[in-house]
Design a protein around this ligand. Structure first.
Ligand code: 13P
Length: 249
């Protein structure tokens, strides 16, 4: 079955490092049935355009402004990344929510801006360890979905991938158990079913992220309800990432 394999570089690598990475990934994954997406920093996007156009690898950004244009020093708009051939954007990553104080209201505005500009959205949701320990993880994720998807139409969900990334599993080497992942992804589907329709819940693309690596990706992706993975640290090694991308699931 086709899976979605996404690499989030975060603030790692230099633009000059993307050319060998992109060429290698495109070659190694040629003919793969999976959807392969990399999200390097903004500064790498023109390199991505040069070396990934026409390949089986799509690319996107890790963030956008909620505004279209204007006096917003240092911000990058949806149309700017689109102009560089990006087709995806990650929105609401927990690192942005925590470090840059991004609220659900802002995340919601960013999703609308991205969709209005024809971008596909990778919307990250995920609970902290404290929330999980307080047994509020399911309620927390439902509320994040309710707030983040407010005003998004059902026919726009085709352009939205939900990434379940429990914060305690990110960069810790401690992935969630398969049971936890499946239970949360089913909860996400149920909530989307409640918000939209049974069809929307069933057809929604939901991926898992948090310490995915060569040792655990197969197990995580073995369940049908998991449509893919969002890989941080392990995607920086092009050989390792290519293995996950070309697997026949
Ligand atoms: P790690 O794979 O490094 O845990 O990062 C996950 C992540 O945050 C991807 O967006």
């Amino acid at each position: 079955m086709k899976k979605i394999i996404i690499g989030n570089f975060k603030m790692n690598t230099k633009p000059s490092e993307l050319k060998p990475y992109a060429m290698s990934l495109a070659t190694k994954t040629k003919g793969s049935k999976n959807d392969i997406i990399i999200c390097p920093p903004y500064t790498h996007l023109s390199v991505a355009r040069e070396f990934l156009t026409g390949s089986g690898v799509a690319y996107g950004a890790q963030n956008i402004s909620d505004e279209e244009k204007g006096a917003l020093t240092g911000e990058i708009s949806a149309s700017m990344i689109k102009d560089l051939g990006a087709t995806y954007v990650i929105i609401g990553h927990s690192e942005r929510r925590a470090k840059f104080k991004e609220t659900d209201r802002l995340v919601n505005r960013k999703i609308k801006t991205a969709l209005a500009n024809g971008l596909k959205v990778i919307l990250c949701v995920g609970e902290s360890l404290q929330i999980r320990e307080n047994r509020q993880a399911y309620a927390f994720i439902k509320k994040e979905l309710d707030d983040d998807l407010k005003g998004i139409y059902e026919n726009e969900l085709d352009s939205v991938i939900i990434a379940y990334e429990p914060i305690w599993a990110i960069g810790t080497g401690k992935t969630a158990t398969n049971k936890d992942i499946i239970k949360m992804i089913e909860t996400i589907r149920k909530e989307v079913e409640y918000l939209y329709s049974e069809k929307a819940g069933k057809e929604l693309s939901v991926v898992y992220g948090g310490s995915v690596n060569l040792n655990n990706y197969k197990k995580i992706l073995s369940n049908e309800t998991v449509n893919g993975v969002l890989v941080g640290g392990a995607c920086l090694d092009v050989d390792a990432f290519a293995v996950m991308c070309r697997e026949n699931y």
